[in-house]
Design a protein around this ligand. Structure first.
Ligand SMILES: Nc1ncnc2c1ncn2[C@@H]1O[C@H](COP(=O)(O)OP(=O)(O)OP(=O)(O)O)[C@@H](O)[C@H]1O
Ligand SMILES: [Mg+2]
Length: 708
């Protein structure tokens, strides 16, 4: 099961469980057992052969027990992950952890889990057992209230691990006293049969055939589901007959029963043969997607002269009808997904056809062109749409990147893909991931090129967002040098902008003002608002404010906001609002400042803009002190202290922010008194970023003051 995006638009405390899409059958005893083991043990691993129902059972359990975990039940799916080095990142990302800081990911992850009382489900570990075991061990040591539930075809081999095997469903005759009609396998078959043939009824006439079929399929849920699909064209007896022929052929003359994994394999093979040749080919080709995909993507990636793109829609529908593809619709549209075991089968088939490389290349091309479109559209009115869209494609983008990075001749495409997505890394809270990939991609493309220049300024931006001003400067300078060599004037301007940003973070206001000024000056044709012009204006206003030229700053910001409004640009607009709240505060207008800070915060909630949220909350705390709301300020400061830890270098290490922060703490302590201050601070430490934002927005009351 693909992890639905953890938190595409925010930070949630209750977890990220995917919905259950089909009815669930039986397993009462197994579920009770699992609950008991979870009560007694901190690591429970559910094992069993492919298609036996590990993921599904665990998901059912998760829905049943979610109330027991105050900090939520979280679901991370590793099924299509190939790179062991990305395990941590995938889990952190499923938890919706801000991916900001330049510290080691393990530290951030353990720290985030901290003493949260939560259940983490890691689905499909078998291909990455070592990496998973190491990580799980580390997390359990660091986080006393964490429980982990893993599914894997093999155990994690940790000494305290409780392994619970998932057997196939009960089949008729397992228990001679059992009523055939209530047998688990029979019930699953019936439930799926009704879905394909609404007038299907289980009765005395067909019960024996159904029972025999379930026995033949060894009670393996996936095999049963695949067989039930055949009811569209065949009767139960016919299915049974065909299956029996096939199995006896496979098992050879001895007619001994097939081992279970062979049963499944045979059931899949059978489904495969019953597909039209074109459907079969599409099935194989669709295995290049990570998790789910949209129809357009399938049309582009999988079509050629053998599979014309106008046929893809019907073929996809055919595969959905045959239960090969799952269909998922949400507010953002309809998406499809190959069932895990079937994706593996498709991948092998694609390899045999010798088409893997071609398909992966097209997959990369598709996401590259999508990324380019998203970049072009970023400064316009559909920013939130593009954020959500690219967030949904995150797994596919990662897969495309991995492919490009390890394929000679395609590494330059990795560089382009990464650079186009600068807004994902910088604006939407995936700084660390962006940095990791950019550094790898630059290393893989050492020759000077325009592509490299762009990647270098993006890298500089990313490092700035982590508060790594030294690294940012280094990348910006490299960009500048190389851009001159290839004659890329746009990159030269952007390099100045990024150098200016780094200088601002280092507190070198004069240098910052000169460089940002250059970037603005040379960008006056207004064509490219992001990330050269508008962010440069906001940053220049910060420089001016820090130099005491507050009114100049404010007038710059007003112009900037005007442009943002005209273009429908929200993200820079939210920064401009924040910067505006600083100037208003500095000129003794705390109420207006609060208004601006809130305007900014409200927008940031739509993106995953951790950094921007933290900065806006810092200012809100200062505003609260100015408005004599010291207790709220102290609660916010506590929340900030806690949330900066996992999000990055506090205040980005910038002197102009740090001085204000320290001043705010001092004043707040003075007016509240040490004892009340620390009590409120501690309360705040329990708030996550979303709750702290709600408090700042006035949507949440400050926690009760225990001291009265
Ligand atoms: N108890 C059940 N009730 C209804 N459907 C089930 C049940 N158990 C499994 N299924 C269905 O059977 C199919 C295979 O199950 P699932 O994906 O959980 O297997 P798995 O053991 O996780 O396989 P893999 O090793 O490939 O990950 C799914 O479509 C699932 O919804
Ligand atoms: Mg599974």
């Amino acid at each position: 099961m693909r992890s639905l995006m953890a938190t595409p638009t925010g930070w949630r405390r209750d977890g990220n469980l995917p919905a259950e899409l089909t009815s669930f059958v039986g397993r009462t005893r197994l579920l009770a057992n699992l609950k008991r083991h979870l009560g007694e043990s901190r690591l429970v691993t559910v094992t069993g052969i492919g298609g036996v129902g590990k993921s599904r059972t665990v998901l059912r359990l998760a829905h049943q027990v979610r109330g027991l975990y105050p900090d939520g039940v979280w679901f991370a799916d590793l099924a299509r992950l190939q790179d062991a080095g990305m395990v941590r990142h995938t889990i952190a990302s499923a938890l919706g952890i801000a991916d900001q800081s330049s510290r080691a990911e393990s530290e951030t992850l353990s720290e985030w889990v901290g003493d949260r009382d939560m259940l983490l489900i890691i689905d499909t570990c078998e291909h990455l057992v070592e990496g998973c075991a190491e990580l799980v061990h580390e997390l359990l040591e660091a986080a006393p209230n964490l429980k982990v539930l893993a599914t894997s075809r093999q155990s994690l081999h940790l000494p305290y691990e409780q392994v619970v095997p998932v057997p196939p469903l009960q089949v008729p005759d397992d228990d001679p006293m059992e009523n055939l009609f209530t047998n688990e396998s029979v019930q699953l078959f019936t439930a799926r049969a009704v879905a394909v043939q609404p007038d299907f009824v289980l009765d005395e006439d067909n019960i024996n055939a159904v029972a025999e079929l379930c026995r033949r399929l060894d009670g393996i849920p996936l095999a049963i589901e695949l067989a039930a699909v055949r009811l569209r064209a065949l009767s139960v007896e016919q299915i049974l007959g065909l299956l029996a022929d096939r199995f006896s052929l496979l098992a050879g003359a001895s007619r001994t029963a097939l081992p279970r994994h062979q049963t499944l394999r045979a059931a899949i093979g059978w489904s495969h043969e019953l597909c039209e040749p074109a459907e079969r080919l599409l099935w194989a080709r669709l295995s290049v997607f990570a998790g789910d995909f949209e129809l357009d993507a399938a049309r582009f990636v999988c079509s050629d002269e053998r599979l014309p793109s106008e046929d893809i829609t019907d073929l996809v529908t055919g595969l959905v009808e045959k239960s090969i593809l799952l269909i998922r619709s949400n507010h953002a549209g309809v998406r499809y997904k190959l069932i895990d075991t079937l994706a593996e089968y498709g991948e092998e088939w694609l390899d045999k056809l010798g088409q893997s490389q071609v398909m992966r290349h097209k997959h990369l091309q598709y996401y590259l062109s999508l990324a380019t479109r998203s970049e072009d559209a970023w400064s316009g009115p559909r920013q939130i749409y593009w954020f959500i869209r690219m967030r949904q494609e995150h797994d596919n983008v990662r897969l495309a990147l991995e492919h490009a990075l390890r394929t000679p001749g395609e590494t330059l495409m990795a560089l382009t893909l990464l650079s186009s997505l600068w807004f994902m890394w910088v604006c939407c809270g995936f700084v660390r991931e962006g940095r990791l990939y950019l550094e790898r991609a630059l290393e893989a493309n050492p020759g000077v090129s325009k592509e490299r220049c762009k990647a270098l300024w993006v890298l500089s931006y990313v490092r700035s967002a982590q508060g790594d001003s030294v690294g940012a400067l280094e990348a910006a300078e490299a960009c500048s040098t190389e851009a001159v060599r290839v004659g890329d004037s746009r990159a030269v301007i952007l390099a100045s902008k990024m150098q200016g940003t780094a200088a601002l973070l280092q507190g070198d206001l004069q240098k910052a003002s000169a460089l940002l000024g250059v970037a603005i000056e040379f960008n006056t044709d207004n064509k490219e608002l992001n990330p050269g012009l508008l962010p440069a204006i906001v940053e220049l206003s910060l420089v001016l404010s820090a130099q005491g030229e507050v009114y100049e700053a404010e007038s710059l910001l007003q112009d900037c906001l005007q442009v943002c409004r005209e273009r429908g640009e929200l993200w820079v607009g939210s920064y401009a609002q924040w910067a505006m709240s600083l100037t208003k505060l500095a000129t003794g207008r705390p109420d207006e400042a609060l208004h601006s800070a809130r305007e900014g915060l409200r927008v940031k909630r739509h993106f995953h803009d951790t950094l921007g949220t933290l900065l806006a909350l810092e200012t809100t705390a200062r505003i609260c002190v100015a408005r004599d709301q010291d207790r709220v300020a102290a609660v916010l400061l506590g929340a900030l202290h806690q949330n900066w830890k996992t999000a990055g270098l506090p205040m980005l290490g910038a002197p102009f922010l740090t001085t204000d922060h320290d001043q705010c703490v001092k004043e707040c302590q003075k007016s509240l008194g040490e004892k009340a201050y620390w009590a409120a601070f501690e309360e705040g430490g329990r708030l996550d970023l979303d709750e702290a934002s709600a408090l700042a927005l006035g949507d949440l009351d400050a926690p009760e003051d225990p001291t009265g």
